[in-house]
Design a protein around this ligand. Structure first.
Ligand code: TPP
Ligand code: MG
Length: 552
């Protein structure tokens, strides 16, 4: 009789279910799973904190459409990884967390790192379950993968007690489900497709909002065809950027507030009316605005504002339906509509407002000046990762994307610390592409120790830190009696994050004056391994005056 152990079954099942990457930290009792994963041909990346590992697993899910796995020890390992589960759930990205657990026959006894793990993972998961028999591991792995990718994608959790990982069964008792197929693409009712186009046709000021749902469903060809055919202006959500090129003439990116506030029909394509889109409510929207909504999740329809036409299903399939229907129609949103002119005028005025900052060479650099050089340096096929407050918000407007799924950031959950995990994920999924992360000095601190990870695996990623000494501007010079007078948001201004990278064998460069930035970035790119460019940013640099605050 041939026997197989639990660890091997986990690895074999993950591989069979199309899980290609695993990120984690080994220890009791999951070490054997990592070893077995490597034997099965899964790429295992050892990280320095489970948060980063869980961020990496979900970024793989977004980039590839199959979940990444995150492997963590019992108790504190699972607790750290909850951060990633929550982020994955909010972003709608598939991942599988595999948590080791203490021996099932010691449940309740105060075992080493014992925790009620299925209970604590459940609120952040679509599916969370404890595996209670070795021979059922393949069943649960398939279920975890299927739950992660079918419907609105999200997280799955599998709890693996030590005795299940090390337990053995007769191979003959193991039933292995076939590979879970990619999710079937679902269409909308034809009459609803017609109604959606009819709504759009009645608009004087139509706007399409392209969300990351369209990126996830790989609908870029269909969305591009739709926009080019209808000539309706569009706004990309932060991670919907690149489904349509940011430089497309119909992008309202440079007049975002104006477009949202004045549109009379908004077509949400894989974008939600959450805080990022200001809930679809006045004063950020016209009070009479009407919504057409395309979403994979029926429960999302009508969230925060009523929906006039609902298209529930797969983004790629439904925009293709819309395109087919457009072939029978003459309608195009007119080139000479005042709406185009109003948007162009506003975009122009906004550009004029920030032009002096972009041109300002005073040291230390302001955000816009620094981003000018970073933007010029980013190759077209770079995956750009952003985190921070001003660093991310201004960065999003100045760093342009022309390809889908090439931007990753703090996302729907606004999580700081995702950057390094996303960097690692992007580097392993796309070894052929430049991976660039632009991070605030606070943001980089959350997962900064992953610099050791990128150096250890020789991932040639490029990290830019915008250093203004705080969560927003801190102290120009350190205060006397810091324990009692330090501003709560302050960090060390000019702290040498570049030297951290050097300490692990990467390249680090500190830039104090804007005139030196371009050469530093070029040097970082020319370096074969990981590099970090630490840029001092003026403490008085602020975002372009907004009609409304982005965060509030
Ligand atoms: C996990 C987590 N903790 C705290 C915050 C609150 N927060 C929002 S932005 C930010 C950091 C902003 O500072 P920095 O990254 O330096 O960017 P800056 O605005 O200074 O350019 C923090 C801590 C958060 N969003 N996520
Ligand atoms: Mg900062």
């Amino acid at each position: 009789m041939a026997e197989v152990d639990g660890a091997t079954l986990v690895a074999r099942s993950l591989k069979k279910q199309g899980v290609q990457y695993m990120f984690g930290i080994v220890g009791f009792p999951v070490g054997p799973i990592a070893t077995a994963a490597q034997k099965e041909g899964i790429t295992y990346v050892g990280m320095r904190n489970e948060q980063s590992a869980s961020y990496a697993a979900q970024a793989v899910g977004y980039l590839t459409g199959r979940p990444g796995a995150c492997l963590v020890v019992s108790g504190p390992g699972v607790v750290h990884a909850l951060a990633g589960l929550a982020n994955a759930q909010q972003n709608g990205w598939p991942m599988i967390l595999i948590g080791g657990a203490s021996e099932s026959w010691r449940n309740g006894m105060g075992a080493f790192q014992e925790e009620r793990q299925v209970l604590i993972a459940t609120p952040f998961c679509k599916f969370a379950h404890g595996v209670e028999h070795v021979h059922r591991i393949p069943f649960y792995v398939e279920m975890a993968v299927r739950n992660a990718i079918y419907g609105r994608p999200g997280a799955s959790y599998l709890d693996m007690p030590d005795d299940i990982i090390t337990g053995k069964v007769d191979e003959a008792l193991v039933a292995e489900p076939p590979r879970c197929p990619d999710p079937p693409r679902t269409q909308a009712m034809p009459e609803d497709v017609e109604r959606a186009l009819n709504s759009l046709r009645t608009a004087e000021r139509p706007l399409v909002i392209v969300g990351k749902g369209m990126a996830y469903s790989r609908a870029e060809d269909e969305v591009r065809k739709f926009i080019d055919r209808t000539k309706v202006p569009f706004l990309a959500s932060p991670m919907g950027k690149g489904v349509m090129p940011d430089k497309h003439p119909l992008s309202v990116g440079a007049a975002r507030s104006h477009a949202l506030q004045n549109a009379d029909v908004v077509f949400l394509m894989g974008a939600r009316l959450n805080w990022i889109m200001h809930f679809g409510l006045p004063p950020r929207y016209n009070k009479n605005v009407r919504f057409v909504q395309l979403d994979i999740s029926a429960e999302q329809i009508g969230q925060n504002a009523p929906t006039e036409v609902a298209l529930v299903g797969d983004g790629k399939a439904i925009v293709s339906q819309l395109n087919n229907s457009l072939e029978k129609r003459e309608w195009v949103f007119p080139k000479d509509a005042p709406w185009h002119a109003a948007i162009a005028q506003k975009a122009d005025a906004n550009a004029k407002q920030i032009a002096p900052q972009i041109a300002d060479d005073a040291a230390p650099a302001n955000y816009y000046r620094a981003l000018k050089d970073v933007a010029a340096w980013c190759p077209d096929d770079a995956i750009i990762i952003g985190e921070g407050a001003s660093t991310m918000d201004i960065g999003r407007t100045q760093l342009l994307n022309s390809r889908p799924r090439h931007r990753l950031d703090a996302g729907s959950y606004g999580t700081m610390g995702i950057g390094m995990g996303f960097v690692v994920a992007a580097a392993v999924v796309h070894p052929d592409k430049p991976i660039i992360s632009v991070s605030g000095d606070s943001a980089i601190g959350f997962s900064g120790m992953e610099m050791e990870t990128v150096c250890r695996y020789q991932l040639p990623v490029k990290i830019v830190v915008f250093n203004n000494g705080g969560i927003g501007p801190g102290h120009e010079t350190p205060p006397a009696d810091p324990l009692h007078t330090m501003k709560p948001n302050a960090l060390i201004y000019g702290a040498r994050y570049d030297k951290m990278m050097e300490a692990f064998g990467g390249k680090g460069i500190f830039v104090e004056e804007p005139k030196d930035l371009k050469a530093a970035l070029d040097e970082a790119m020319a370096f074969k391994g990981p590099a970090l460019v630490n840029v001092r940013i003026s403490q008085s640099s602020v975002r372009k005056q907004q009609e409304f605050r982005w965060h509030s």
